[in-house]
Design a protein. Sequence first.
Length: 333
Amino acid sequence: MRAQTVACDRTLEQKISDAGPNPQRVEPSVLTEARNALVKEGEIVVERSGKAPWYYLKGAEKERVEARMAELVPLQEETQAGMFTHRLGQTLEIAVQKAIQRSGVSFLGYFTDLADHNDETAYTKVDPPMDINGKRMEKGPLDFIVFPGGECGGIEVKNYRTWLYPRSKEVREMLWKCGDVGAVPILIARRLPFVTIRLLQMGGCLIHENYNQLYPEADAQLAEKVSGRDSLGCHDVRVGNEPDGRMLRFFGELLPRLVKDVRPTFLKFREVHRAYGKGEIRYPEWLKELRKGGRGWTRTREEARAEAQAREKKGGKGGQAKSGGGRARRGKK
C-alpha cells in the first residue's frame, strides 16, 4: 500500500496472492478478511470510485491519493467496458479451441470467422448443442464439449482476473450443466485457489490454470498499460489468442487419459454436483457429500466456515468451528 498509494482489490490480489512464493501463497479469501479487518480498525481507508472499491492507508497524502485515483480509475473502467470484456472472454476461448483442434480430439463449439477479420470486433461462435446423449442442459450451453477416447467432457473457459471459489456462480453453473448431461466438468481459468482445485478434483472434475490473462491483439496498448508495475500491476497479461505449451500438452497428451480416469468419480457425485449447481442443496451439504465419498480430507478454513454456517442455520449455539491444525481426516469407505 505504501508503494502503490492507492490500489483496488484486484491489484492487491495480484501483488500479494499471485506473487507467491507458491508454498506460502496467501489466498484471496484470507487477504479479503485481513483487508476488511484493517478497514474496520481504521488503518485502511476505502473509497468507491467507478466500478471498484479503492484502498489507501489512513495517513496517505491527500494530493497523492487524488493524483493516483485520477490515473487508475479510468484505466480500471476501460478494462470493464462491455464490448472489451466480451472480446476478452473470447480470446481465451479461441486459444482453447486452437489447442483442441491441434490435439485431434473431436469437439463441439466453434468460432466460424477467425480468418475473416481481426479481434478488434467480436467473432461469431456456434455454441455446442444443449442436448447430449438424450439429456438436456437446463442452464444453457457449455463453452465446448469434447470427446477424448470416446468419453465426454464439458469445458467452461473463464478469462477472469478474479480467482474462482467453489461458491462462485461460474463453478456452480458448470456443475449443473455437466451434471445434466453426464459430461466430465473441465474448468479452464487464469487462477484457482487451493480449495477449488481440491474440491473439484475430489468430485471427479478436471482443472487447468492458464496462469495468464489473454488480451486481444487489438488491445495491446491497454495490456501494456495495465501490466505496468506502478499501474494496475497485472503482470501476467499476455496478448493474443495462441495456446501456450502447457495448454497444448493438456489437451494433446493429458486430456484423454485424465477424462477416463476421473469419470467413475464424477459419475459417483454427478447428482450431488447437479443439485448443488441448481441450488437444491447448499455449499455445506455439497461439501459434506464430497467428504463422505472422498478418500481423505485436510481440514481448511473454508471447511470450518461452512460447518459453522450449517450449525447457525440449524439454530445451534456451538459458536465458531474449531479451525483445526491441518490434521488429516479419513473418510468412510
